[in-house]
Write a protein that binds this ligand. Structure first.
Ligand SMILES: [Fe+2]
Length: 390
């Protein structure tokens, strides 16, 4: 028996941002805490939202101090401000960091203590109250943060999460128009992040028929459109398909989970401040180069996503061809494919592997169990850019 969980309402498609007025009327709130990124204010992305809120005669407490890969300190500042604001609804608009901060702070607003009390690895408290209702609106395609109940925080040498059903959005709005201004590198990194969500969900040991369907469809849309979206940000069709692909991937991985790529990416973000999407991209081919023999039937299905010709290849050869396609995908969207292209040195690999081992919540979903030795080998291969092609 399986279950599938998602936000109460998801609005998606071009122009769906306008549904905010319906949400304000449905929730009957008068005071909104709007949390976003300063760049989005500058780009004029937030102004239509402010106009709708003004038309609905809603008082807005605007918070624009979101920084990428937020620390607990930043998160706790948001919690303090939201508690003081006495807001009745939280709207988060932005990339994964803004949405994660919005959901964690909305819940903490009505629970005692600080963010660190509720961390997955080191926290000691349990959330008692549901917190304020939340509207999550992504401007990247994407982290999938609008449909998950996870908030990620950067610690000194790795990352940790707060995860609880209370963090799930009451409303998610996925409007591709908001992604038109995304620069190419962010489009590439967030797009590969979304692809990784779908792939890891598809090969997760917790995958279900429902998550598999969403994951395959997500991969198909992302592989078919990511290059167009990177090369021409104004390509509306590509942006729409990327937004949908990211949404499907988010729903899929929220229910089936991500695994080794994300687990080993966390220390790259924590120790070396690599952006989340790039940390995944640079590890993606090397993790699958290691684990494909444990999910070979699914790798054969993924070959169809890449339109790889069967050409009398056996399943092993098809799986290897998929690993090669992963490397090419990352390369073609212009992202680094080796750790050596970042300020990371060979001597750092041991520390990375020891940190990666701690991500047991993620690693346990890998179709192939990963130990310290195999994790070190994966980082080593990612450093050198070597696929073993066994
Ligand atoms: Fe991710």
């Amino acid at each position: 028996m399986n279950q599938f969980v998602s936000p109460k309402k998801i609005f998606h498609g071009e122009g769906s941002l306008s549904k905010i007025d319906e949400i304000i009327r449905e929730t009957n709130v008068r005071k909104v805490f709007l949390l976003t990124d300063p760049i989005l204010m500058e780009l004029g992305v937030i102004q239509p939202v402010l106009q709708i809120l003004e038309k609905e005669k809603t008082q807005v407490h605007l918070y624009t101090n979101v920084i990428p890969e937020p620390s607990l300190e930043i998160g706790n500042l948001v919690v303090d401000e939201i508690r003081e604001s006495k807001a009745e609804l939280v709207i988060g608009i932005g990339g994964g960091s803004a949405l994660d901060l919005a959901k964690a702070a909305a819940v903490l607003a009505d629970n005692a203590g600080r963010l660190e009390d509720y961390l997955n690895l080191s926290g000691s408290k349990k959330l008692i109250n549901k917190g304020l209702p939340k509207v999550l609106i992504p401007t990247t395609a994407g982290t999938g943060a609008e449909v998950t109940d996870i908030a990620v925080f950067s610690l000194a040498d790795t990352k940790d999460v707060i995860t609880h059903e209370y963090l799930l959005a009451d409303y998610a709005i996925v409007d591709p128009v908001l992604t038109y201004t995304l620069p190419p590198r962010v489009t590439a990194a967030s797009g590969i992040d979304a692809f990784t969500h779908a792939l890891e969900a598809y090969t997760s040991i917790q995958a279900t028929p429902l998550t598999d369907t969403l994951a395959l469809e997500a991969m198909r849309r992302i592989v078919g459109n990511i290059k167009r979206a990177v090369w021409n940000g104004k390509d509306k069709v590509a942006r729409e398909q990327m937004a949908l692909g990211s949404l499907f991937a988010g729903l899929s991985f929220f229910n089936a989970g991500v695994a080794g790529v994300h687990g080993l990416a966390y220390p790259l973000g924590g120790l070396f401040k690599l952006p989340h999407g790039e940390s995944n991209a640079v590890l993606l081919p090397y993790v699958y180069d290691n684990i494909w023999p444990s999910c070979i039937e699914k790798m054969v299905q993924i070959a169809k996503v890449f339109n790889l010709p069967a050409n009398e290849k056996n399943d092993r050869e098809m799986a290897q061809a998929v690993v090669q396609s992963l490397l090419e995908l990352v390369k073609e969207v212009g992202l680094p494919t080796t750790l050596a292209e970042y300020p990371i040195h060979r001597e750092d690999i041991k520390r990375l592997a020891e940190n990666g081992m701690k991500q047991t919540r993620l690693l346990r979903r890998s179709p192939k169990p990963l130990n310290l030795e195999s994790i070190e080998q994966i980082y080593q291969n990612a450093y050198e850019g070597v696929l073993t092609n066994r």
